[in-house]
Design a protein around this ligand. Structure first.
Ligand SMILES: *Cc1c(COP(=O)(O)O)cnc(C)c1O
Length: 384
């Protein structure tokens, strides 16, 4: 049995250190904000090379507060991708904004820059672009920032899956999340930097926005019992901060290991002669894809997924229903067939087991299982 994600080996390695830090939190009884959270924010800002890092209770809250801080309100349009987790778009609609979903690039699964440009030309009232660095691969920030400057719109990056990934920008590399006005991260346990519960972070290089973000996460309060804005209550627990501080020391290594594992999968699939039917992701050397998910494309995905499951291989589909076709967004008026690359990707993507502690033998077993299914003629197609 190989799970799609197994964090038990990681915990075996880190548990002494983590439990020691957890004990410190209990001993000081400093559960909310305070030094532990401050230290983690500083360490995050240093690692990401961002001027400010402001923690919150989840990645969803990070997105919501970020959009609130740039003034998104009723009727404002925000261009985003429909091929992402629900929270990306619900942050927009929660504020009364209107998501303008545009199609993705089929190779990277990220938002298409030409499609953004079209939407900017066609629509009035666009206030921001909200790209997602899906599966740990940086969106084309160079192209996105060029359009943002030309059309004078803000950029909020959803970097929930891309902690430590690099984005190419102005002939250099920066950490994903630090190029737009604000970058948002999630520390949900399954993320590549994951806590022991919920958590999130907003980063920015803009001093004014940083001050506003800090107020907005604390009921819009610049000082105790003075409330200047309609904010929310969204804080990172000290317990999460210490767990994440321990893990942050390993993130660079883990991301490198993810890339190595992905390349090994690619070699194993091509060695097994399977790359005709399975499209593997390319993994460049420059850390622009840290393989938060190792996601292949495959026809008859659901049948194969079922066969893999019967063979003890866990997989996931991120995401089976594009956001423009979600029931809750029906009022936005998108039709089936309106965003073709996204809809095709939703039918074909499959995320295979990948986590830094995974062994060669386990990867071989996954690929062997594909081979077995292939040789059986994919007959799962007509079963049941
Ligand atoms: C996980 C995730 C979020 C939401 O983060 P939570 O911490 O679960 O609220 C937002 N966007 C993307 C792309 C994600 O993967």
């Amino acid at each position: 049995m190989i799970k799609q994600l197994d964090l038990s080996e990681q915990y075996k390695k880190l548990n002494v250190e983590i439990l020691d830090r957890v004990k410190q939190v209990f001993e000081t009884q400093q559960f909310v904000m305070g030094n532990f959270v401050g230290e983690f924010e500083k360490a995050c800002a240093d690692y990401l090379d961002a001027k400010h890092a402001i923690s919150v209770a989840s990645g969803s809250d990070a997105l919501l507060i970020a959009l609130l801080s740039i003034g998104i309100q009723k009727g404002d349009k925000v261009i985003t991708t429909p091929f992402t987790f629900f929270a990306t778009a619900s942050a927009i609609t929660r504020l009364g904004g209107i998501p303008l979903f545009v199609d993705i690039e089929p190779e990277t699964f990220n938002i298409s820059v030409p499609a953004i440009e079209q939407a900017l030309k066609k629509n009035r009232g666009v206030k921001a672009i909200l790209p997602v660095h899906l599966y740990g691969r940086s969106a084309d920030m160079e192209g996105i920032m060029k359009l943002a400057k030309k059309f004078r719109v803000r950029v909020v990056e959803d970097a929930a899956q891309a902690f430590g990934a690099r984005s190419r920008y102005n002939n250099e590399y920066r950490k994903a999340g630090t190029i737009g006005d604000i970058g948002c991260f999630s520390f949900y346990p399954t993320k590549n930097l994951g806590g022991a519960g919920d958590g999130g972070m907003m980063v920015t290089n803009n001093d004014k926005l940083a001050a506003l973000l800090k107020m907005l996460r604390a009921h819009g309060s610049p000082e105790r019992y003075v409330h200047k804005y309609h904010g929310i209550n969204s804080r990172l627990d000290a317990l999460q901060a210490v767990v994440l501080s321990v893990k942050l020391n390993h993130i660079e290594q883990w991301n490198h290991t993810r890339m190595e594992l992905a390349r090994r999968y690619n070699d194993l699939f091509s060695g097994a002669g399977l790359t005709g039917s399975i499209t593997c992701p390319d993994v460049p050397d420059d850390l622009t894809h840290i393989v938060h998910q190792y996601t292949v494309r495959i026809k008859n995905r659901d049948g194969i997924r079922q066969a893999l499951k019967e063979d003890g291989i866990g997989t996931e589909v991120y995401y089976p229903i594009p956001l423009h076709l979600q029931p809750v967004f029906k009022y936005l008026g998108y039709k089936k067939g309106s965003l073709k690359q996204t809809e095709l990707a939703a039918k074909e993507v499959l995320s295979l087991p990948l986590y830094p502690e995974m062994t060669v033998e386990q990867q071989v077993q996954v690929v062997d299982s594909f081979k077995k299914i292939q040789e059986s003629g994919f007959k799962t197609k007509n079963s049941k």
